[in-house]
Design a protein around this ligand. Sequence first.
Ligand SMILES: CC(C)(COP(=O)(O)OP(=O)(O)OC[C@H]1O[C@@H](n2cnc3c(N)ncnc32)[C@H](O)[C@@H]1OP(=O)(O)O)[C@@H](O)C(=O)NCCC(=O)NCCS
Length: 153
Amino acid sequence: MAWPITTLGDVECLRQIRNACRLYMTNDTGIITPQAQAYWYIEYRASGPTTIQVWLLAHAAAQPPLGFFALRHHPYHTVITLGLIRDARNRGYGTAIYTHAREIAGREVRATIARDNARSIQAAKKAGYVVLYDDGGPTIEFTTAQWAVGGTA
Ligand SMILES: CC(C)(COP(=O)(O)OP(=O)(O)OC[C@H]1O[C@@H](n2cnc3c(N)ncnc32)[C@H](O)[C@@H]1OP(=O)(O)O)[C@@H](O)C(=O)NCCC(=O)NCCS
């Protein structure tokens, strides 16, 4: 099950999971402190769901969160970020999240994935994402857009 973050407890869970995944992130790999996360949450609340939405995931109600995903909405596409705690990886959840994201976004979804993150690349590909942009650098841009079919990686 997935639920949008709404409580300070959710925000702290998000911080801990994101920090556990930080070395796989393609934007900022630093540790997020509780203070920085609180500041982020103020901005998050102010920006509203048309800008960014973040969900936590668990096996079932009352179970501890095992991951998160975020959708950041840009004018013409949406960008997904996701992460799972170590014990939840390689069980198909990532593929399911990539799939769910494209369904709920209802528009083009993009993902920037580190070239050496074979697990995330495989999960995205299984969910139907294709290469949008690859200049041989450390990250590869994936998209759900059908017009991009034909990209390789
Ligand atoms: C990336 C992540 C979300 C993927 O979710 P997941 O649930 O682990 O992925 P899935 O189980 O759905 O799929 C992983 C696929 O990669 C494959 N895989 C795992 N390790 C691999 C490797 N070293 N090389 C190639 N493929 C690999 C798995 O076999 C599986 O493919 P299969 O179903 O065809 O066998 C999750 O592993 C994670 O949170 N990792 C740390 C944070 C992160 O990388 N976030 C993404 C940033 S872009």
